[in-house]
Design a protein around this ligand. Structure first.
Ligand SMILES: *Cc1c(COP(=O)(O)O)cnc(C)c1O
Length: 429
């Protein structure tokens, strides 16, 4: 697409945007001047769907009116509250409903998946991760390794960017897999990296690892609701994600887990169990000495009864994804929105009458190797630049030592906001 720096062009793109009405579904935080902030922080905490209040209120009302009877008698019965989330969530990650369970938080789900899938043996005990991974993933994986009496120095393999580069090359990941083909137990990589915005080649990595009987899991925290995913068709073994970033389900919202059908229906797999993973028909046989009988679906990994108040807003959010027509139309707009941002940033760089570059976009310039986020490395006074952006009504974030992450999201951001952001950035001295 041919972009232009003309403000009217940005307004034209908004006028032609078939998804423009979705912005109305969200509360937009206001700046000091009473105008909506340019909210490019949806990669950190997505905005509140207006309907979320209604969904939470409904549950509070049912609690007030019905007490314990709301488990079965609420408008959406609490006992099975995870069930209506299953299908819309399956559509977003490209899975079969039987492969999906919404539960807990991301890191807790990662530990639950590792309890099932990380069964190190003398010869196969390594885990491959990308570098830098999100800290929580690193803590979780290192403690998993130690939990089995192993040392991360021997068991953790990191796929890092080459010297002077920021993106991890797929060929380097594939080479590490080949090199450790007999000792890797698991490949655990982000779908989209939190720092650089890199979209990994998930099908390629999965194929390469599974060829050597290595299990493959993805952390979809920055992938879900951002890029189209096909967990089942890519044959991915397992995945987990949180729902408060691009899924807009609120702080600490219920997270999700995917297990491929062949695992989800395998009742013989080891797991950490709780009563809500048990077959509902025998769940309440408390007088007997209970033997765990797993549900033959991803539900078998559900440990506890569903936390209703952290699930209700997700239902409001998933309804908006339904209204958008799913991930494909959103991705189409997202590619345009982020492409426009990239174009404007390149214009600023090109017109800067200076020899040194003030900033560098470290995210790939290839749209199929990124989601909506661009990570901007500020070469001079990064903290001052970030402060100026904040003062001008931009909400984005800063990652040490010098990276500003901006994530225009197709659900509620506009082309004109991208244009205004570039104006602000361009006027920075
Ligand atoms: C946001 C994020 C998390 C957060 O973990 P919680 O358990 O939800 O607190 C973990 N991993 C990655 C890659 C993330 O981006």
């Amino acid at each position: 697409m041919q972009f232009s720096t003309d403000e009217r062009f940005a307004k034209q793109l908004d006028a032609e945007d078939p998804l423009r009405g979705l912005r109305e579904r969200f509360y937009l935080p206001l700046g000091k001047d009473g105008r909506p902030l340019i909210y490019f922080a949806g990669n950190s905490l997505g905005l509140m769907p207006k309907l979320a209040r209604e969904f939470v209120d409904q549950e509070l009302d049912d609690w007030a009116k019905l007490g314990v009877d709301a488990h079965l008698g609420a408008k959406t019965p609490w006992y099975t509250y995870h069930e209506p989330l299953r299908e819309p969530m399956a559509r977003i990650v490209g899975a079969k409903p039987v492969e999906i369970i919404c539960m807990n938080s991301l890191t807790a789900n990662l530990h639950l998946m590792m309890a099932t899938f990380y069964r190190p043996t003398k010869s196969r005990f390594k885990i491959l991760m990308e570098d830098p991974a999100f800290p929580s993933d690193t803590y979780a994986i290192k403690t998993q390794i130690r939990h089995h009496g192993l040392d991360p120095k021997d068991a953790l393999v990191l796929a890092s960017p080459r010297k002077g580069e920021f993106i991890v090359r797929t060929e380097d990941i594939l080479e590490l897999i080949e090199k450790n083909r007999d000792s890797l137990a698991i490949v655990w990589i982000a779908g989209v990296n939190f720092f650089t915005g890199q979209l990994f080649d998930m099908p390629e990595i999965t194929k390469a690892a599974q060829k050597h009987d290595i299990l493959v899991g993805f952390d979809l925290a920055h992938g879900v609701g951002n890029v189209p995913l096909s967990m089942h068709d890519w044959n991915v073994d397992f995945a987990v994600w949180c729902s408060y970033k691009y899924l807009n389900a609120g702080p600490g919202a219920i997270a999700g887990a995917y297990l491929h059908e062949r695992h989800a229906t395998n009742t013989k797999l080891p797991r950490f169990a709780g009563w809500f993973g048990n077959d509902p028909n025998t769940r309440f046989q408390m007088q007997l000495e209970p033997e765990f009988i797993p549900v033959t679906s991803a539900d078998a990994w559900q440990v506890s009864n569903p936390p209703i108040f952290s699930m209700a807003p997700l239902r409001a959010s998933l309804a908006i994804f339904g209204e958008a027509g799913g991930m494909n139309p959103l991705r189409e707009k997202s590619v345009k929105l982020t492409g426009y941002l990239e174009f404007l940033l390149n214009q600023i760089s090109a017109s800067a009458a200076r020899t040194s570059k003030r900033f560098t976009v470290i995210t790939s310039s290839n749209p199929s190797a990124r989601g909506c986020q661009l990570s901007i490395l500020a070469n001079e006074n990064p903290k001052e630049l970030f402060k100026e952006l904040q003062a001008a009504g931009v909400k984005c974030d800063f990652r040490e030592p010098n990276v500003i992450r901006v994530a225009p999201t197709p659900l509620y951001n506009t082309f004109h906001e991208v244009w205004r952001f570039a104006e602000i950035l361009g006027s920075h001295k």
